[in-house]
Every structure is written in structure tokens, then in C-alpha cells.
Design a protein around this ligand. Structure first.
Ligand code: PEP
Ligand code: MN
Length: 369
């Protein structure tokens, strides 16, 4: 089902300075000086639309820095007055909403530990009823698209017309290269379900480390995301939270200069012609692949009948090893990646087993008889 929001286009949001819609600022507001100096340097870049700073910080363990609280909202108000940047902060309950609005905060975001909880999102939504403010909903920490969509719907119901999603990655039990798994298929599915919803990537919380920020930002731009939220600090090494992932405003400028922005579409009729033809070829090959798959499964079923009649097990691991080694060598020689060959053949093998199971369970008749 397609979800209809009463959302305005991101290019009509106040503060919009072109793609990527850029949000930057420290993970946490720490001191007035740190907030003001970071903001001054960011304002000079002329590309930042919203200055972010966490005022109330959700921390995994107690006894970590939990934010400066409402005092910091005065600093954000000063940032707005002195630099002209819009300002934004994270809200995790109705009190935060009222406090932030009292100080004229332009953008509120709902954090990943809050968007998982429908009670809290509803409480925030009720506090926002009838208010004209920008609201961005971070993905929940666990990869659950329904929760993410549900949180967005709750905010939309409050009458908010500038809603966006922030993709900040998903936590995983396994230790991985990045702090949070990007699971790009989730924001892509979100775009399919709510095409008009702006999506902003937060490479900082996906990466967890400065060195990966550029590659993640580039990927988000290549997937046609609308914006980026990147944490910055005048002295990242001294940051009280997320020190390893923050950039100086100058390093942010350097990162942005290396981003390649491609067009989402083209009107050039010649190029459209060529692309149309090539896409037709892709469709033809996809049909071939499906036909081949169907034929392969039919052969697997026939083998299944022989196995059944001769009372042997479906899984023959030596035969499977032989196939894996053979296709891997051939596939690599054709320039295909080991990762794809492995994934595709595992799926094909599983499908063959499923078809043979149906044969064993009498679900399929032997066509040879
Ligand atoms: C943040 O933006 O600093 C933050 C705490 O984000 P998240 O909710 O994505 O962890
Ligand atoms: Mn942070």
C-alpha cells in the first residue's frame, strides 16, 4: 500500500541550499564556546542548512556525558541569531519537545532508541500537534521497516508537513567494520513505500569512525538520497561523545569537495534512447535467467524422483562441494565476484532441495511415468 503524507518537497523547506541538504554540528552541545565556534566555522562553508547539536544524550551506559540539558538551548538560539543557520536537536519525550520549541528550535529529530518505541513516538506526536516544525525520524536501532514507517505515520498524523527520514544504520550483535550496519535495502524499501519522503543519510553513526564517512556519503548520494547529517566538532579528539566519528568543519569541507553528485534522471532524448535499449536487453536476460532456473528445477525434481525410488537422501554433500568449486572457478574467470556466486548458488541449491522435498513428500508426480 502506498502511504500518502501531506509532505512538502524538500527543496521548498526553509534553509534548503541544494542537494545534499546538509545537517552538521557536534554530537553534543558541550560548552557555549564549542557550540558557537563550530557553528561559525560551519556557516562559512555556506552549504550547511541546519546546525545540529544533542542537548539530551541517550547513552548506552550510565555515567557517560548525558548532555547539558536546556541550558544548551540558549546557545542554539544564539547560533541562529548570529549565523543565520537553522538549528536542530534530538527529542526523546514531550518535555524535550516543549523545551526545544520554547527556544525556537527549527528541526527536531527522533533518535534511533526512541523510534523503536511507539508509546514514546505517540507522546512526541501529541506534543507536536498543530506545530509547524521540521521533524526527522531516525531508523529504529533494529532493522524493522514497519516500526520506522509507523513512527513516520505517527508524526504525520500530528499535521507535520516537513517530515524526513534519517538512515543511521542498524545495530548488530556481530562485530563489523562499521559501528552500525547500513542495510541499504531498508531505506531503499522506505523510498519505494513513501516516494515523496526525503531521506537523509547519517554516515557518522553508520561509520563510527572518520575514515569511512566519505565512502558512505558517496553511496548515499549514488542512491539518490536527499541529504546528509554529518557530525562535526572544532576539536573532535576532545569531544565528550562520539569522538572517533566527528570531523572538523574544515575536514567536512574537504569531504564534500570529493563527493560526486550524479543526476537522478536525464531529459536528453538520445541518452534516453540508448538507456531504453540497454534496459530492454537487461529484461531479456532476466527472462532467460528465470527460464533457465525453471528448467534447472525440473531436472532437480527428476533427480528427486530417482532418489526417492532408490531410497537415498536428498543432500549429497560431495556432489554439492563439487558444484560449488566448479561454479566458483568458472564464475571468477568471468569476472563475477565470489560473494555473488556464493549467494546465488546457495539460493539455487536451497531451492533445488525444496523442490526435491516436495517430490519426497508426494507433492509432485514423476513426469517420466
Ligand atoms: C545522535 O545523532 O547523536 C544520536 C544519538 O543518534 P542515534 O539516535 O542515531 O544514535
Ligand atoms: Mn552522536
Amino acid at each position: 500500500m502506498e502511504i500518502k503524507l501531506n509532505n512538502t518537497l524538500i527543496k521548498d523547506w526553509n534553509g534548503y541550499k541544494g542537494r545534499p541538504f546538509l545537517i552538521s554540528g557536534p554530537c553534543s552541545a558541550e560548552t557555549e564556546e564549542q557550540v558557537m565556534e563550530t557553528a561559525r566555522q560551519l556557516a562559512e562553508l555556506k552549504t550547511v542548512s541546519v546546525y545540529r547539536a544533542g542537548i539530551w544524550k541517550p547513552r548506552t551506559r550510565p555515567n557517560s556525558f548525558e548532555g547539558v540539558g536546556s541550558e544548551g538551548l540558549k546557545w542554539l538560539r544564539r547560533v541562529k541569531q548570529e549565523t543565520g543557520l537553522l538549528v536542530g536537536t534530538e527529542v526523546a519525550n514531550e518535555k524535550h519537545v516543549y523545551e526545544a520549541l520554547k527556544y525556537g528550535v527549527d528541526m527536531l529529530w527522533i533518535g534511533a532508541r526512541t523510534s523503536v518505541n511507539p508509546f514514546t513516538v505517540q507522546e512526541i506526536s501529541d506534543a507536536l500537534n498543530g506545530v509547524d516544525v521540521m521533524v526527522l525520524v531516525k531508523n529504529p536501532i533494529n532493522p524493522d521497516i514497519e516500526l520506522w514507517v509507523g513512527a513516520i505515520e505517527r508524526i504525520a498524523r500530528a499535521g507535520i508537513t516537513r517530515i524526513g527520514a534519517i538512515h543511521r544504520g542498524f545495530s548488530s550483535y556481530e562485530k563489523t567494520l562499521y559501528r552500525n550496519q547500513p542495510n541499504w535495502q531498508l531505506p531503499i524499501e522506505l523510498r519505494r513505500r513513501i516516494p515523496d519522503l526525503p531521506i537523509i543519510c547519517d554516515p557518522s553513526h553508520i561509520a563510527g569512525a572518520r575514515q569511512y564517512l566519505h565512502e558512505i556519503s558517496q553511496k548515499a548520494m549514488d542512491l539518490n538520497f536527499d541529504g546528509l547529517m554529518i557530525e562535526s566538532h572544532i576539536d573532535p579528539a576532545k569531544a565528550l561523545s562520539d569522538s572517533a566519528q566527528q570531523l572538523t568543519p574544515n575536514d567536512l569541507k574537504e569531504l564534500l569537495s570529493r563527493l560526486i553528485l550524479r543526476n537522478a534522471s536525464t531529459n536528453d532524448p538520445k541518452l534516453l534512447d540508448v538507456l531504453g535499449e540497454l534496459r530492454q536487453q537487461i529484461d531479456v536476460y532476466d527472462d532467460h535467467l528465470l527460464d533457465l532456473m525453471e528448467r534447472r528445477m525440473k531436472v532437480a525434481e527428476t533427480i528427486g524422483h530417482y532418489k526417492k525410488e532408490n531410497n537415498i537422501t536428498i543432500l549429497q554433500s560431495t556432489r554439492w562441494d563439487e558444484i560449488v568449486n566448479k561454479v566458483m572457478a568458472k564464475g571468477l574467470a568471468k569476472g563475477l565476484s565470489a560473494e555473488m556466486i556464493d549467494a546465488i548458488f546457495k539460493a539455487i541449491h536451497q531451492e533445488s532441495i525444496n523442490h526435491q522435498m516436495m517430490v519426497m513428500n508426494n507433492g509432485l508426480k514423476n513426469p517420466a511415468k
